[in-house]
Design a protein around this ligand. Structure first.
Ligand code: SF4
Length: 489
């Protein structure tokens, strides 16, 4: 999972790119990079770590130009040693035609497409899906003779035709921003699995800038954007430099499959997808949990939320069942435990992540509200701490149904053998986690809480019904195993 940004307008974009990257750190902080174009040259600055580190004391003026893209990376491919992270920083550059590209999402058939492109003479100095996307785009731009286009309309038609060809070759999830010498190109995969929204900045009725972001929270931060909208499945936009003329087409529309997990865990609380504020969706889910488990009311003294995603769900749960809520677990720092790539690092991250308030815990029967239970590592560890601090009973409630399938679309859930809900009943999960009860929201409850028709969502990790073919995924899983030097994790 990663964050992407794109800006094209009538004023320099460097400051917005850098501040925007900082706002998308929740989507990955292994590396951060940005590239701009000033009408003559490209400029870029890339480094390991979050935006605050990479752009610390960096003079904004070095990233010249009124158009640019940026990327915050969570490494799902290529390994996580400093050397491997270094060679996989985005955006990636290519010439003929000159462009910087960055993407969010994973390609299921990345390896076969890489082999095919290598046979055509393309070079790969990275292990990134973005490089496959970029090389494939370039291949089709040549095939469609982009360089022969005489008129802007003809030029854009050739770009869109190239993307149509690319859509046919690729399986998987991809939201992409590409900065070219002619303009900014933005597109989504045919199912629109990963998010990407657009906004406008107007001045005196005139368009000043188009902005694109994985999450609309970036637009809220700057507070001068309007007309925020999510790109449609298979949609592409090309915006010309200087004139800001926009060309827009839904190239290969298929049934939408927007990742439901963006609402549950990944996205910032102040982001809006499909007209729903993420935090509000989480709050609703707490309400649904309360309705579904109202019979547990007399077994609970206090409701506790796991920060930060579980808090408003926990408040609502407590309010509906009329049970006191306590801030018994407080988060310190911004680290998300999923961003660690080994179980050991994940356990340490949990220890460093929370403060527990004993007075709210001791002698109490607790309802602990959390977003999801993937490996069971976090929940078990937290439950242990609660018992150690004197909790009388711990009842866990999750507002995602059991995770029974790996995500192949850019979310780093582990191999199925490491998913706690695979092959285990609720009672077995309860025993593994050593808690008093484990309670999951139902599938219908999830859909009701989100308020989005299930047909528009990817629910593959809770249903195992993947929206794209997944027949080549075993190759990627083998690769990941090799890259991490472990059992598939
Ligand atoms: Fe999201 Fe799950 Fe689909 Fe992955 S498999 S895109 S996490 S809903």
């Amino acid at each position: 999972m990663c964050g992407i940004l794109g800006f094209i307008g009538k004023k320099p974009v460097a400051e917005r790119l850098i501040s925007g990257s900082d706002r998308l750190q929740n989507r990955g902080e292994h590396s951060t990079g940005a590239a701009t174009y000033d009408g003559n040259f490209f400029y870029s600055h890339l480094g390991l770590g979050p935006a605050a580190l990479v752009f610390n004391d960096y003079p904004y003026g070095n990233l010249k130009g009124n158009a640019g893209i940026a990327h915050t990376r969570y490494a799902t491919t290529g390994g996580d040693s400093p050397e491997k992270l270094q060679r996989n920083i985005q955006p990636v550059y290519a010439d003929r035609p000159g462009m910087f590209t960055c993407a969010n999402g994973d390609l299921i058939n990345m390896l076969s497409q890489t082999e095919r492109l290598k046979e055509m003479g393309f070079s790969f100095q990275t292990e990134l899906d973005s490089k496959v996307l970029q090389n494939l785009m370039i291949h089709y731009m040549h095939e469609n003779k982009l360089h022969c286009a005489k008129e802007p309309e003809d030029y854009v038609n050739r770009i869109f035709k190239s993307l149509e060809d690319l859509h046919k070759d690729l399986q998987g999830a991809y939201s992409v921003v590409t900065l070219m010498e002619t303009g900014l190109l933005v597109f989504k995969d045919p199912h629109g699995i990963r998010p990407l929204s657009m906004a406008k900045r107007m001045e005196n009725g005139e368009i000043m800038e188009y902005a694109f972001s994985s999450e609309s929270a970036v637009f809220n931060y700057f507070s001068d954007y309007s007309e925020i909208e999510e790109l449609k499945p298979g949609e592409a936009l090309f915006i010309e430099h200087n004139t800001l003329k926009m060309h827009r087409r839904q190239i290969t529309p298929m049934q939408e499959a927007f990742c439901f997990f963006e609402f549950i865990y990944f996205s910032r609380p102040d982001t809006k997808f499909k007209d729903r504020v993420v935090e509000n969706a989480r709050k609703n889910m707490g309400g649904v949990l309360a309705e579904e488990f109202a019979s547990m009311r007399n077994r609970i003294d206090v409701v506790v939320g796991i920060p930060a995603t579980g808090l408003s769900a926990a408040h609502n749960f407590g309010q509906i069942l009329n049970i006191p809520y306590e801030n018994a677990i407080i988060k310190v720092g911004n680290k998300r435990s999923f961003q660690e790539t080994s179980d050991e690092k994940r356990r340490k991250a949990i220890d460093n992540k929370f403060i527990f308030i004993k007075d709210f815990i001791e002698g109490k029967r607790l309802a602990v509200i959390d977003d999801s239970n993937v490996r069971g590592t976090t929940a078990k560890k937290i439950a242990r701490r609660l018992y150690d601090l004197g909790a009388k009973e711990v009842h866990y409630f999750f507002f995602s149904p059991p995770i029974i399938g790996s995500c192949y679309y850019g979310i780093d859930t582990p191999d199925e053998s490491k998913l706690i809900a695979v092959g285990n009943s609720n009672e077995e999960i309860r025993r593994i986690m050593q808690v008093d009860s484990v309670n999951y929201i139902s599938h219908q409850g999830l859909i009701r809480g989100l308020g989005i028709p299930k047909e528009e969502l990817c629910l593959a990790c809770i249903t195992k019904k993947y929206p794209t073919p997944v027949d080549e995924i075993y190759k990627r899983l083998e690769l990941r195993k090799k890259e991490r030097g472990c059992g598939i994790c």
